[in-house]
Design a protein around this ligand. Structure first.
Ligand SMILES: [Zn+2]
Length: 105
């Protein structure tokens, strides 16, 4: 599996968890070859994040907070930060700390 897809699957798990705990009206969607339960807003956020990640010219990609290129628009940046903060905590509780590496905290 490519590094990008691995990153995106982690991100998708974060968004899915956040969505499940905060939103209603999830639908099954397919993204990065994975079936996910997301509301339309979160699906939109995920698609945006996938696009940004694929277009990221940096290799290796730095953690976003250490990156000098702020490639997310303000609205998406706010949303993704919220997702990372919330789901990051949940994953830490479950001992999935490896999921946090390289992400937006
Ligand atoms: Zn949602």
């Amino acid at each position: 599996m490519s590094k990008i897809n691995k990153d995106m699957i982690i991100l998708a798990s974060f968004i899915e968890l956040y969505c499940k705990h905060h939103h209603d009206n999830q639908d099954t969607v397919m993204e990065i070859n994975k079936e996910l339960m997301l509301c339309s807003e979160c699906y939109d956020l995920l698609k945006y994040a996938v696009k940004r990640r694929r277009n990221c010219p940096k290799d290796p990609k730095p953690a976003c907070k250490n990156c000098d290129t702020h490639c997310y628009g303000p609205k998406y940046q706010r949303e993704i930060r919220q997702v990372m903060k919330y789901s990051g905590k949940q994953f830490v509780k479950k001992g999935r700390i490896d999921y946090l590496l390289h992400y937006f905290l």
